[in-house]
Design a protein around this ligand. Structure first.
Ligand SMILES: [Mg+2]
Length: 186
């Protein structure tokens, strides 16, 4: 069976991170209008205060799956060894970091019950893992796939088609695109 590696943040779910920032700043920022990868930059010099207040919050609480994700992964899970590969180390206290793994684990087992928790890989070193198909919203994490799918996100919009072509990466805008590209690849 071929291996498929799928990223969690901004591929499976957008989480509630921006909601917490909006709550803190009393703003109404939308993901689609952002440009920088690190949303905490919106907080500016209040970042310490922000971490203190929100560092231990569950970013996945009540966070919906990205549209089409459940059905697509359920289908792909029948044909591929699906691994969810996600970074958990975002900084903050030891408690915040270990809570983040726990929150990710609980979210994935609840929302995608057909994927074995044994196939969850929590690491910041995704480049160490080889796979046949990789789906991620950061091009740096796509180096080891044979089929490399860049999941469209606010922070990767400015990457040109030429650059993607040069790196053998295909941009996908949604989970229907993912299914289509994988089908065409086989
Ligand atoms: Mg991601």
């Amino acid at each position: 069976m071929k291996k498929l590696m799928v990223d969690m943040d901004n591929v499976i779910t957008d989480g509630r991170y921006l909601d917490y920032i909006n709550e803190f700043l009393n703003t109404d920022y939308k993901l689609e209008n952002q440009t920088e990868y690190y949303l905490q930059n919106l907080v500016g010099d209040r970042v310490d205060e922000f971490w203190k207040e929100f560092g231990n919050k569950n970013v996945y609480q009540d966070a919906p799956l990205i549209e089409g994700c459940y059905k697509a992964l359920e289908e792909l899970n029948k044909k591929y060894e699906v691994y969810i590969v996600t970074a958990y180390f975002w900084g903050g206290s030891n408690e915040a970091i270990s809570n983040n793994i726990k929150d990710k684990y609980n979210y994935l087992t609840e929302k995608l019950p057909f994927i074995s928790p044994q196939n969850f890989i929590f690491t910041s070193n995704k480049h160490l893992i080889d796979s046949d198909i990789v789906i991620d919203d950061r091009i740096n994490n796509l180096s080891n796939g044979k089929l490399k799918l860049l999941f469209n996100a606010w922070h990767n919009r400015s990457i040109s088609n030429d650059e993607l072509k040069e790196k053998g990466i295909v941009r996908v805008y949604n989970w229907n695109d993912v299914l289509r590209e994988i089908e065409n690849y086989n």
